[in-house]
Design a protein around this ligand. Structure first.
Ligand SMILES: [Zn+2]
Ligand SMILES: [Zn+2]
Ligand SMILES: [Zn+2]
Length: 218
């Protein structure tokens, strides 16, 4: 089951659908229920919620909604037979024909502006953030930065203090979440900000020194 928007507590229903006397009351209720239902809900559950019990009846109302351009049914890569619910009625020329696969993983990308599925897009965004942070960290190390502050900045550490994030730790967390990108667990833990002694003196930093790593006094 796919929906035009991320799930919100409130749904918007087009008057041309809800008040359309050409559509049967049962199909209008089925449409509103389809629009409101949680991702992954089975059509049998949804039709039961709309008071439709026998399978053949649901098919009948689904056909009515499909013919009226309120929903589309079709096979999508990685999803199989899928019902797409349109918030705004579509005309026959707007009907999608074949599924457009994601150029990165091959799963359906029909609901996306570019040919990249939501999961690959999320992953790519985090990977870019990780690469940029890692490059910054390496640049600072190459420039001789040996002091670090955690992200809260209230302690001064050696750059390699075990209480801080390291490239390895962040990378392990990242790789461990590769299979659960869809659940929003794929994220980059930012590396500490690094400084040279000169930079810290210039800043006039009076941050307390970490007792674990004991950085050299400035
Ligand atoms: Zn598709
Ligand atoms: Zn993809
Ligand atoms: Zn420390």
């Amino acid at each position: 089951m796919r929906y035009p928007t991320r799930l919100q507590p409130v749904i918007t229903v087009h008057r041309d659908t809800l008040l359309n006397s050409q559509l049967s009351p049962a199909s209008r209720l089925l449409y509103v229920t389809l629009l409101a239902c949680a991702d992954g809900a089975h059509i049998n559950e949804i039709s039961a919620l709309a008071g439709i019990t026998a399978d053949e009846c649901a098919d009948l109302y689904l056909k009515e909604l499909r013919d009226a351009g309120r929903i589309e049914t079709g096979d999508h890569y990685g999803q199989g037979e899928t019902i797409t619910v349109h918030e705004i009625p579509i005309v026959p020329s707007q009907r999608s024909h074949a599924c457009v696969p994601c150029t990165l993983c091959g799963n359906c990308s029909c609901q996306r502006p570019r040919e990249i599925c939501r999961i690959c897009d999320l992953k790519r965004e985090v990977d870019q953030e990780a690469a940029a942070d890692l490059a910054r960290w390496k640049r600072q190390r190459a420039a001789g930065a040996t002091y670090a502050t955690g992200r809260s900045g209230n302690r001064l550490h050696r750059w390699d203090c075990p209480t801080l994030n390291s490239a390895e730790k962040s990378m392990t967390i990242l790789k461990g979440a590769e299979d659960t990108v869809a659940y929003g667990t794929y994220h980059w833990s930012p590396l500490p900000l690094l400084f040279t002694a000169e930079e810290l003196r210039a800043k006039g930093a009076r941050t307390r020194r970490c007792a674990v790593c004991g950085p050299d006094p400035l």
